[in-house]
Structure formats: structure tokens, C-alpha cells
Write a protein that binds this ligand. Structure first.
Ligand SMILES: Cc1ncc(COP(=O)(O)O)c(C=O)c1O
Length: 400
């Protein structure tokens, strides 16, 4: 057999998926595993959204649609961007795709050439560096620290940009840290970007999952740079619609057209039925989202408070998304039953084997010796999960 492509051989396997698969195997074998690995709301899609899809099927709305999306959805997205984000697009600047993940990949395909550099802040969402590699560009990773709440500073961004830089991928609220950039912080980053002409791919998928009265601000609303910002969003997280696969971007016309050309040769339109459901999600009152976010906040507060009682854990309270991202550095280098825990990977495997608790190692997001705990799980599961974490870390603390 001939070899597989070099590109694929160089692609990282997602550690999120490795641990999720292991946890599933253990569960299938009858073990009582609790998983805090989920990257999706544990709520059902709201009934009015489901009804729109059922109606679409009954009306035989089951064929190809225009490549960029149906007119009603483009209109709903234009209005959403205006209402929520102070972004002003024509329908021709919108491209609907099979999830925000697909939107980001289309955008990268549209703008990157071999050898271009794309700047990302670490901790980052697992797919960014791999997508950049898939378009033959080079990810340039800027390490942020807890001292700046894991936010890239203007000085760091400026230092990372050079003549080869094509784009900066920006994510607020951030997966995995839950950090949210303020308008002032975003304006400072925009000042750096304005002089360079690079593109910004602004991933705003967690926009609605935000707490403590903090406001989401879209970098594309800044006049100086609006003509090179590609804003990405979708219905997955805000409306518990991960399986429906609807994401979208709003971009300068030439970029939107280029991204649409890529999509037209690869997938064509996103699912017709899901597009009709997305129209309803984006235009109906936000009661379901508000209730979901209130529940996420209650869970965040509970788990954060429990973690604060575990000596050795360091945690920033996240202002958005549904993850906690504690440092477990204090437990690295410990031994239990002769087993050395040399990093966060070992710790995740230890917690799974010893306590039947699945979490994602921070290394998957470019941050060694952190763990990502998703609180998209019921309170009952979270209570058990916290007890298991306490028990596992106690064993490590008392190890040698
Ligand atoms: C930061 C971030 N961006 C994009 C996505 C992709 O979302 P979608 O389901 O719309 O493809 C995710 C999903 O986990 C995410 O965490």
C-alpha cells in the first residue's frame, strides 16, 4: 500500500478524543465513569427550534440550497450581527457552513498560502494549529500566562507579527480558559493589528455563554480594522445545537466569496433542515439560552468553590464558556504505588484509572500541567466528580 499523505501524518491526534474514547470504553465495560470532557451543552435543543426542523422535513425542504445559505438565514445572521455585535454586513458577505469549525477552515483556506504564518494565543482551542497546518501555513504560538488571565497582550502580539504573518486567530470567550477580553483590551490589540493589515479570524462561538455581567465585544466592530476581520459564530453552544452543524462567518466581500468558492467544491450548502432550524434559533426570544447560562453559572460557582478548598490547585474564575482550567503543577512529580505522575497527561490517565474521572489534559490546548474540566454536566455528576478529584489529588499529595 502507498503511504498516507505527509500532511495527515503530521497532524496531531486530538487528546480530547483519546481520553473521551478511553472513558467510553471503561463505561461500556460497566465502570461508573464520570466524564468532564464534554465540549457541548448538556441541554436539549429548544422545542421551537426542533419544531422548525420537523416542519422543514414535512414541507419537503430537503434538497440542496444555495451554497452560501438560504436567504432567510442570511437575513437572520445579518440582523444578529447588527443587533448583538454592532457589525454591518450585506447578505453577500455571509457564508453559512457545517459548524463554526468549518467556517474557520474555509476562512483559512481562503486567505493562506504555503509559508504564511498565523498567530494564536496559547492555551488555544485544539483545532486551530492543526487547521493552520492543513492549509500549509505555520502556527505561531504565543504563550499567555495566568498573570494576564491567559490573555495575549498587545506587546506579545506585536512581537509575534512579521512580514510573513497572514492572520491572527482570536477567541473570546476562550476555550479552554473561559477568559473574556474587555472592549479596552480588544481596542489595544486592534491598534497593533491596524498597522499591519493582517486578517483577524474572530471566533465568537461562546459569545452568549458569559457571566457576571461581563459584556462580549466583537473586534470587527472597531472601525480601523473592520475591513480585515472575519467574524465566526454559530448555533452550537448558544442554542445547544452541536449536532445540527450550523456555523457562519461574516467577512470582507472578497474573503466571503473566496471562502464560498472553497465550500462550493467541498461540501456545498449546510443541511437544509438545520438551516431552517437556525433561523428560528437566531430570531426567537433568548429565554432558553438565558436559562442555560444561569444554570452554567450556578455550576461554575459550585465547582470553583469546591476546587478552592483543594490545597495545591490554582484556578482563575472564568467569565465565559463552560470550562474550568486549573493548574495542577503542585501534584506533578508525585508517585502513587510507584507510579510517577510526570505531567498532566499522566494525571488525566491516573484520575481515569484510579477514580473513574475523565478530564482533558491542558497539553491538548498547549498548556502543560493544567486540566480542563467541563461543567456541562448535571449537578449530581459534578458533585461526584469533585469528590473523585479531591480523592485522587489527596492520594497524590500523600504520595511521595
Ligand atoms: C473555540 C471553539 N471554536 C469553534 C468550535 C466549533 O463549533 P461548531 O460546533 O460550530 O463547529 C468549538 C467547539 O468546541 C470551540 O470550542
Amino acid at each position: 500500500m502507498k503511504s498516507l499523505s505527509l500532511k495527515v501524518q503530521q497532524l496531531e491526534e486530538s487528546q480530547t478524543l483519546v481520553l473521551t474514547a478511553l472513558a467510553r470504553q471503561m463505561r461500556d465495560a460497566g465502570q461508573d465513569v464520570i466524564s468532564l470532557t464534554a465540549g457541548e451543552p448538556d441541554f436539549p435543543t429548544p422545542p421551537h427550534v426542533k419544531m422548525a426542523a420537523i416542519q422543514a422535513i414535512e414541507e419537503n425542504f430537503t434538497h440542496y440550497t444555495p451554497n452560501c445559505g438560504i436567504a432567510e438565514l442570511l437575513k437572520a445572521i445579518v440582523e444578529k450581527f447588527k443587533r448583538d455585535n454592532n457589525l454591518h454586513f450585506e447578505p453577500s458577505q455571509i457564508l453559512v457552513s457545517c459548524g463554526a469549525k468549518h467556517s474557520i477552515f474555509n476562512a483559512l483556506q481562503a486567505i493562506c498560502n504555503k509559508g504564511d504564518e498565523v498567530v494564536l494565543a496559547s492555551p488555544y482551542w485544539v483545532s486551530y494549529p492543526e487547521m493552520v497546518k492543513l492549509v500549509d501555513a505555520k502556527p505561531v504560538i504565543v504563550q499567555t500566562t495566568p498573570e494576564t488571565n491567559f490573555k495575549i497582550t498587545p506587546v506579545q502580539l506585536k512581537r509575534a507579527i512579521n512580514a510573513k504573518t497572514k492572520a491572527f486567530i482570536f477567541n473570546t470567550p476562550c476555550n479552554p480558559t473561559g477568559s473574556v477580553y474587555s472592549q479596552g483590551e480588544i481596542e489595544e490589540l486592534a491598534d497593533v493589528i491596524a498597522d499591519t493589515g493582517i486578517y483577524v479570524i474572530s471566533d465568537e462561538i461562546y459569545e452568549k455563554v458569559i457571566y457576571d455581567g461581563v459584556k462580549h465585544f466583537s473586534i470587527g466592530a472597531i472601525k480601523q480594522i473592520k475591513d480585515h476581520v472575519i467574524t465566526v459564530n454559530g448555533v452550537s453552544k448558544a442554542y445547544a445545537m452541536t449536532g445540527w452543524r450550523i456555523g457562519y462567518l461574516g467577512a470582507p466581500k472578497a474573503v466571503a466569496e473566496a471562502a464560498a468558492k472553497v465550500q462550493s467544491q467541498i461540501t456545498s450548502n449546510a443541511t437544509s433542515i438545520a438551516q431552517r432550524a437556525a433561523v428560528v434559533a437566531l430570531t426567537a426570544p433568548s429565554n432558553d439560552t438565558d436559562a442555560m447560562v444561569a444554570e452554567f453559572k450556578r455550576r461554575r460557582d459550585f465547582v470553583a468553590e469546591q476546587l478552592s478548598k483543594i490545597s495545591g490547585i490554582e484556578l482563575q474564575i472564568p467569565k465565559g464558556a463552560f470550562y474550568l482550567f486549573p493548574s495542577v503543577k503542585a501534584f506533578v512529580g508525585k508517585r502513587v504505588d510507584d507510579k510517577l505522575i510526570k505531567d498532566d497527561m499522566d494525571m488525566s490517565h491516573f484520575l481515569l484509572q484510579e477514580e473513574q474521572l475523565a478530564v482533558v489534559p491542558g497539553s491538548a490546548f498547549g498548556a502543560k500541567n493544567y486540566l480542563r474540566l467541563s461543567y456541562a454536566a448535571s449537578m449530581k455528576e459534578l458533585e461526584k466528580a469533585v469528590q473523585r478529584l479531591q480523592s485522587g489529588l489527596k492520594k497524590l499529595r500523600e504520595g511521595y
